[in-house]
Design a protein around this ligand. Sequence first.
Ligand code: ATP
Ligand SMILES: Nc1nc2c(ncn2[C@@H]2O[C@H](COP(=O)(O)O)[C@@H](O)[C@H]2O)c(=O)[nH]1
Length: 199
Amino acid sequence: MLILVGASASGKTDIAKILIRDYGFQKMVTTTSRRPRKGEENHVDYHFISKKVFENRIAKDRFLEYVQYNNHYYGTPKKGATKDKVLIVDPEGANSIYDKELPDIVIILLETAEEIRKERMLERGDTLIQIIDRLEKDNAHFDKSQLHHIDFIVNTTEGTQDELAEKINDLYHHVIDQENQMSIFDVLRTDEKNNKERE
Ligand SMILES: Nc1ncnc2c1ncn2[C@@H]1O[C@H](COP(=O)(O)OP(=O)(O)OP(=O)(O)O)[C@@H](O)[C@H]1O
Ligand SMILES: Nc1nc2c(ncn2[C@@H]2O[C@H](COP(=O)(O)O)[C@@H](O)[C@H]2O)c(=O)[nH]1
């Protein structure tokens, strides 16, 4: 699973969409107890459920990880957490998944100059108050020191979303293909050992 972590307007959503459109990834749809925003679709943007149902699922251990943010729950369902998924979570979520030592997890932190993020937020119509609030909160929350593990840091200040998605896809495969190759070596080594024992 490819995990993208990054501050607001670092390009996570656009890059994930291109990875899905062009590189065979699927979206890991997460679950939230917050209400859908205008234009958001159930089971596409999130699985939208009530706080009570969310707490019920916590009790049933249905989440790989979950957090409480802005008085709402957000969680990654255990079901469907496969290698080909792209997941966007905050650092706390990425840390919980990393600490579980699951196979095929690649964590990429997107870093973007604050000035550019501000411009992008203005362009997409965020208010000045929203922008100031997000910039202030994000600087501490999305700092690399908050993550237990990072496979790669990708600077998204420059470059188009297409170029960045291509780079991220390459980095993901660099790790995953190497891991798979290692497991082939492990098989060969085991075969060799078994043969020697038989001799
Ligand atoms: N590399 C880029 N070049 C130009 N514009 C970009 C780039 N990446 C993102 N943008 C623009 O910046 C805005 C924010 O992008 P996006 O929604 O992908 O960010 P995000 O990290 O998911 O933000 P948030 O966490 O706030 O939802 C969008 O309007 C998007 O089109
Ligand atoms: N740890 C998790 N964080 C998640 C999950 N799903 C989304 N998120 C993060 O929450 C914030 C707020 O999202 P918003 O859609 O309300 O703006 C954002 O940073 C997301 O990346 C999750 O399952 N686990």
